[in-house]
Design a protein around this ligand. Structure first.
Ligand code: GRF
Length: 189
């Protein structure tokens, strides 16, 4: 069994998708060994409800160091599933090739500092983009710049608001995230 560590900051609907797809075999031969949140959030509750070990490490300077001490030895992949803190350069280097993130836009556009949550969808609409989507990519010390693993596209309609666009992008996320995780795990073995 490959072991996943999932990092969350929010409601954790992507975490739920990963829980369900490890259970169904859509992500084969994998289990979640730990969920870590950087703030109180519903994602932690989801882990608890499924009997998955979970831990709150408050965001701030010591986060990455504290996380490192908690990391199970045999972790195959660290998955950022709606996680809002920036991991330290040292942490990113130590786990290079074994950390992935989901971003709610088509990188390399609309990434980097400040591009999170509704800011992203507002920026996409303001730029008059005809399509947006979700990107799963490897995490490096440079925000949103690691190699792209998978993308899913959605149309941006004239009457879309950041909220309606976010809802569509979320659906694209649920589609590509399990596929991207399975793909990375497959390439490891
Ligand atoms: C997703 O849109 C993800 O792309 C972004 O944060 C959101 C998390 O949503 N990084 P949820 O907590 O999985 O519902």
């Amino acid at each position: 069994m490959k072991k996943l560590v999932i990092l969350v900051s929010g409601s954790g609907t992507n975490l739920q998708r990963i829980i369900d797809s490890t259970a169904s075999g859509e992500i084969p031969d994998a289990e979640i060994s730990l969920v870590v949140a950087d703030r109180e959030c519903y994602g932690l509750q989801r882990a608890e409800d499924h009997g998955i070990k979970n831990q709150l490490i408050r965001r701030g300077k010591g986060f990455s160091a504290a996380l490192e001490t908690l990391m199970p030895e045999d972790t195959s992949l660290i998955v950022l599933a709606g996680f809002l803190s920036i991991l330290s350069t040292g942490f990113c280097e130590k786990y290079h090739g074994r950390i992935i993130n989901i971003h709610p836009a088509l990188l390399p556009k609309f990434g980097g500092k400040g591009m999170w949550g509704m800011n992203v969808h507002q920026a996409v609409i303001d730029a008059g983009e005809k399509e947006s989507g979700a990107t799963v990519h490897f995490v490096t010390a440079e925000i949103d710049e690691g190699e792209i693993i998978l993308q899913g596209k959605v149309a941006v309609e004239e009457n879309d608001t950041p909220e309606t666009l976010a809802a569509k992008v979320h659906q694209a996320e649920y589609d590509i995230f399990p596929k991207a995780i399975a793909k990375v795990l497959r390439n490891q073995s």
